[in-house]
Structure formats: C-alpha cells, structure tokens
Design a binder for this molecule. Structure first.
Ligand code: IVH
Length: 663
C-alpha cells in the first residue's frame, strides 16, 4: 500500500512540475503524449485508491496557475478542459457512453480542428469588446484585453448591440512563426520552440505594442451566455454572422463512423494547413443533449479531444557538426541517418547548445529520437539509452573554434559557446553573406557559395574587399563567366546606393535587426553621425533597449569596425537618410482617418501611404477621435460604428475626388 501512495505522490509532483513548465514557463519539457500517459497512470491509481488522492493532484483541478503580472479576470462560467482520446476504440467508447445516457435518439456530433494555441475568452457588451482573458486556472484568467484588441480578425465592435461571451483559440500561423523566429535569429535572441509557445509568449506581453507586431490570429469555437442558441452548429454559424473568425473546417457528423472518417481525413491533410493543429475536438451538437449527458468535475462528458500521435522517430546520430555564426555563436547540429518524418526527409537536427547536449547525454552512434517541433524544425528529443553500444562515444563540445582553432568562451548564465576571434574565417564568411543578403544590401549573385569560394581562394578576406574585386580574378573562377562577373561587379557598385537603414542592418551589429536599422537611420541620418552615437541617445530611442544600445556602442568602439565604416564611406557608400516631407497644407493634414471595406482602385496600403504623406494619421479602429472613415465595398462593423458616432463617411469615389483636389 505504501508503495501505491508513494507512486501517487511522485506522479503528482512530476505532473505539476511539467504543467508549470508548459503553462507558466512556456517551456514544455516532455511531449503531450508522454504527459498524457503519466496522467492516465495517475488517474488509474487514484481510481483504485481514492483514499490517496492528494489535494494538489492535477486530476483535481481544471487548469494551471496564473502569472502574476496581469490583472485577474474571473470566468463566470469556468473554462473547462477536455478529456483526451487517442484511438478509434477510445472514440467508440466515448460514443457508447453517450448513447447509454441518451438512449432515446441517435446523437449527432460536430467535429472541429483542435487548434494548437491558447484558449481565450472575449466579452462583448452591447456589441462592444469590453474584456478578454486567458484561461488561467479555468476559474481565474489574465486580463489580456489590450493584446487581444491587436488581433486583426477579432472585431472590436459587433454589427448590432448583442451581449455575449465568446471563447476560442489564439494561435500563430506557421509563416508568422517562421518570420518571427528568423527575426529573432538575426537579432541573436532565443528562438521559440514552436508556434504555440510563440503565441503564448506573444499574448502574454505586458506591452501590447509587442503583441501587435506578432501577427497573431484567432478562431472562435463557442458562445457562452446566449440562451437563444440551441446547438454547437448554431453557435458557430451565429459567430460567423457576427464576423467573428470561425474555422471553416467544422463538420456535422451523423454518427461516430463519420467522426472517424473526418479524423482520418485530417490526419492525412493537417500538414497542408497554414497553422498547427494537435487533434480533433468532437462535441455533441444539440445543447439539450449536451445537458442530458452532463459534466465531470473538470470537463464536459459531451465532448472529447482526439489527439494525433506525435511523429517521433528513432534514427542513428552519425556525427555532430558545429556551425559558427557571424556573431561568433557556435551551434551544434546533429547529423542523422536520413529518415522521413511528417512527410519530409530529415538529415539534420538542432542540438541548440552545450547544456542541451549535456542534458540529453549525446553519444556519437547513439540511436536518437527525433521530433519535428511544431512540425517544422526537427530536434533531438532523447537518446534511446537501451540501444547504446560500446562503440558509442560521449560528445563533448570542443573548447576551440572549429573554424579558426582559437579558444572558445561562454558567458555567465548563457548556454552558448562563442568564438571571439575577429579574424575567424567562418565568422568573416557569414558576415559577408549577411552584408550581401536580401534584407541587407541585396547584392545579387553574391550568395553563400560564391562568398565561400571568393574567401577560400583568398580573393576577399573582409567585407570591404568586395569593393576592390578584380574582373580578371572573378572570371578565373570555375562557373563564373564574363557575363556573371560583370553582373556581380555591377550589383556591388549599385549596392553603394542602398539606403542608410539597409547599410546599418548590413553592418551586422549584434541585436540590430531591420527595424533597429531604420530607427537608427531616422535618428542619425548618416554613418558619420551614427559613429558618434552616445548611450543616452540610444536608450532614448523607441524600441532600442539597454542591451541593443550597449551592443551598438560595443561595435562602434572597436577599431576594426570604425575602420570598416570609414572605408565604406571612402568607397562611396555614404547614404544620407531622407526624411519624408509631409505636406501640411491640405484637407487631410492632421486628420485621423480609418480605412474599411474593400477598395477597388487602390490597395489599402497605397491609400494609407497617400494619406500619411499628406499628414493624416491612419488608424485601425473607429473611435470618437476619428475624423473621417473611407468605406470601400462590403464595409461592416467599422462603418456601422462611424454612423453610430456621427463621423463623416465617404466612399472610394469621393476619396478619389478629394485626392484630385489636393493635387
Ligand atoms: S472546445 C469545454 N474546441 O483545446 C472545453 N477547444 O482542453 C471547450 N481547443 O482548452 C473547449 N481548438 O484551448 C474546443 N475547436 C476547439 C478547440 C479547442 C483548440 C483547445 C482549447 C481547450 C483545449 C482542450
């Protein structure tokens, strides 16, 4: 008996720790499948020994704890979670249980995609969005109203003055996730492990300006507190009617066989969606049947979540390669015996840093389990210790740089291994590649391979050497004809005309991405001014924090860098930033304008740029401060709001006439 009690207590503390990592730290330590297996084990033990159920057992509460920084919002109707099912047998059991409870008629189900994001509740009062909260522990959530308001697809005002609460899932589309991570990578920031973590991290920003930049989306899947709604199908259609974002892939199924067909279809096609789903939610359609079937303490009996098996496969770790980035960070990459996971071949996987290597206890020749994190970036999740052979050897990150051989170093509380040799070949090559890359100076014909060849042949040693490239030397290279050589030389020459923001980004200063490049360009107007920047000035710039400011000063205090910038100026790269002239003597100047509906002649962006050029401020929502609304075709809630507030509304044609007058 003692043993059972101990086992229960162990499982409780383990599961609580994993929950904390998942919900509070946004840093899951085990897969959902592993968590669910442990959870089920605990449930079973508790079922047989209810006398040992602990108060803090995860089975006894709805969710997890609340972060401290946000205001709290109490959910009038608790936000429950769902029971999980993992197989068709589980689903048939679920159906059988329900049929038993409502034996008098056949049960219809609604199947929906289970969006992999985080649950949200949004309240509308008299047609206006008044508050939004995360799920929190199911009873109390965090007030994220301002952040939710930044989500484009969520209406701030409904088409009539209805009062209800809607619930749904906030998520980050895969494309936005990739974009966000590549921005973070170029700024040397820690990457998000998957779109769900990125969505959670983005929604839990105390500064909603940051959230606004993250391109979050949402799907609404339920309406609470509206007695006129009679079924889940009715709820989804009502939400749609109110322009709330409803996932279009839901399906009404007549029986459990149709549910299983739906699941099979999406198991096959989930990879084609632009966002991640981690299962299918199956709900009894009729509300009156839902009431009859009822609830357990923490979840409805009338619904369940079918979880897709996570694709994890074992393969052999052939080697660990080290890659040196332009800022000197050395990243270990696992070289794998190629395998196909979720439809694509995986031959490399990230090992992140020395701490992860140590934690996983990586040995060369080990069998390792590889998973597509968020189904995109493959990563090594564990080693199959049982299959370790004698020939396998423990991998230790070397303490010399694989490129230049110099001693590496690490910073306190930082797991990355770094090389600080300014003449390290790989760093030099990467810096030149960055300089020429699309978002920097966009030098066509100067891709990774050409840079590496030019460097290895000793034709260039530093970025500045690009500006003294000799045509003859270029032509002498394999696969470089006269035409390509001339094109390349022209592209390099043309790059001297790049705008200041691009040139600043191209320098490759740690933490200075595209956005910071622009901010610095606007402030300093040319390279010479930038070289005299002070810490005080820098930290006072919007979006430039202490860390970025320090790394800019670090960069600018290095003799090699000063010489490089002066050399750039000498070869003729000395852009002056032009501040856009704003015309202030016209009917749009100083006005706050909202664009809504579909414009025919112009794109929204063109209209926006035009208005801004003439001194107007273009905002996204209609408030009492709005002076003018330009309503295109099919304008919806914003038009209604403007009419309600008595704000001047014009159509596209009237706008075009005003534009002509201004010109
Ligand atoms: S219905 C009573 N429908 O999955 C619970 N949930 O535990 C009602 N989710 O916390 C939830 N897509 O965050 C529902 N179409 C969908 C969903 C969905 C994602 C999430 C939700 C919930 C979790 C289930």
């Amino acid at each position: 008996m003692k043993q059972v009690q101990e086992k229960i207590s162990k499982l409780v503390s383990l599961l609580n720790k994993y929950s904390y990592d998942y919900y509070v730290e946004d840093n899951p330590q085990i897969s959902d499948t592993e968590y669910d297996t442990l959870y089920k084990q605990l449930e079973k033990l508790e079922e047989n020994h209810p006398e040992y159920i602990l108060e803090n057992s995860p089975t006894q509460r709805v969710g997890d704890r609340v972060l401290d920084e946000f205001e709290k919002i109490t959910h009038k109707v608790p936000m429950l979670s769902l029971s999980n099912t993992f197989s068709t047998e589980d689903l048939r059991d679920f159906d059988a249980r329900i049929s038993k409870l409502v034996p008098d008629h056949s049960v219809e189900y609604i199947c929906e995609l289970k969006i992999d994001g985080l649950a949200i509740s949004i309240k509308y009062e008299d047609g206006r969005l008044v508050s939004a909260a995360t799920r929190g522990d199911g009873s109390i959530g965090e007030d994220v109203t301002e952040n939710i308001k930044t989500i484009f697809s969520i209406p701030k005002v409904l088409k009539d003055n209805r009062t209800f609460e809607v619930r749904g899932e906030v998520y980050l589309p895969r494309k936005s996730f990739e974009l966000l991570n590549s921005e973070r990578e170029s700024n040397n920031e820690v990457l998000f492990a998957n779109p769900r973590n990125a969505a959670a991290g983005s929604l839990r920003q105390l500064d909603s300006k940051i959230t606004a930049k993250r391109r979050l989306s949402a799907f609404i899947y339920s309406i609470v507190g509206d007695d006129s709604i009679v079924s889940q199908e009715n709820a989804l259609n009502t939400a749609k009617e109110y322009d709330l974002p409803v996932n279009p892939n839901f399906k009404l199924c007549k029986n459990i066989d149709e549910v299983i067909d739906y699941i099979n279809y999406w198991t096959e096609h989930k990879k084609d969606l632009p966002y991640d789903i981690d299962g299918i939610v199956i709900k009894v359609n009729s509300y009156s049947t839902q009431e009859k079937v009822g609830y357990t303490q923490k979840s409805p009996r009338w619904a369940t979540a079918y979880k897709f098996p996570e694709e994890e496969l074992a393969t052999k770790l052939l080697d660990v390669e080290l890659s040196v980035g332009r800022t000197g960070i050395i990243t270990p990459v696992a070289i794998l015996d190629p395998i196909v996971i979720s439809g694509s071949t995986v031959s490399k996987a990230s090992l992140h840093n020395k701490d992860i290597i140590e934690e996983l206890d990586i040995h060369i020749d080990d069998m390792v389990v590889v998973k597509k994190a968020g189904e995109i970036i493959p990563k090594v999740v564990r080693v199959v210790r049982e299959l370790r052979t004698e020939s396998s050897t423990k991998y230790v990150m070397p303490n010399t740089c694989p490129s230049c051989g110099q001693q590496t170093y690490t910073k306190e509380n930082d797991p990355f291994t770094r090389c600080k040799n300014p003449d390290c070949p790989d760093q030099n090559i990467r810096r030149i590649i960055h300089f020429a890359s699309r978002d920097a100076l966009n030098i066509e014909g100067l891709g990774d391979k050409v840079v590496a060849t030019l460097y290895e042949k000793g034709i260039i040693a530093h970025t500045i050497d690009l500006f003294s490239l000799e045509r003859e030397k270029l032509i002498s290279l394999d696969r470089m004809g006269e035409k390509s050589a001339d094109n390349l030389l022209n592209a390099i020459e043309n790059s001297k005309k790049s705008s200041l923001d691009k040139v600043i980004f191209a320098l490759g200063i740690l933490n200075v991405g595209k956005k910071a490049g622009k901010i610095l360009a606007e402030k300093y107007l040319n390279l010479s001014n930038l070289m005299n920047a002070t810490l005080d000035e820098l930290v006072n710039l919007d979006d430039v924090g202490q860390i970025t400011a320090e790394s800019i000063l670090d960069y600018l205090s290095d003799e090699n860098n000063i010489k490089f910038i002066n050399d750039l100026i000498k070869v003729g790269m000395n852009p002056q930033y032009e501040i856009q002239e704003v015309n202030t003597d016209n009917i749009f100047a100083g006005k706050t304008v909202v664009l809504t509906g579909k414009l025919v002649e112009l794109t929204r962006n063109e209209a926006k740029e035009y208005l801004e050029k003439y001194g107007a401020k273009v905002t996204g929502s209609v408030t009492s401060k709005t002076d003018l609304v330009i309503a295109g075709e099919k304008a919806g809630s914003k038009l209604a709001k403007a009419e309600q507030l008595g704000i001047k509304v014009i159509n596209e044609e009237e706008f075009a006439n005003m534009v002509r007058e201004v010109k």
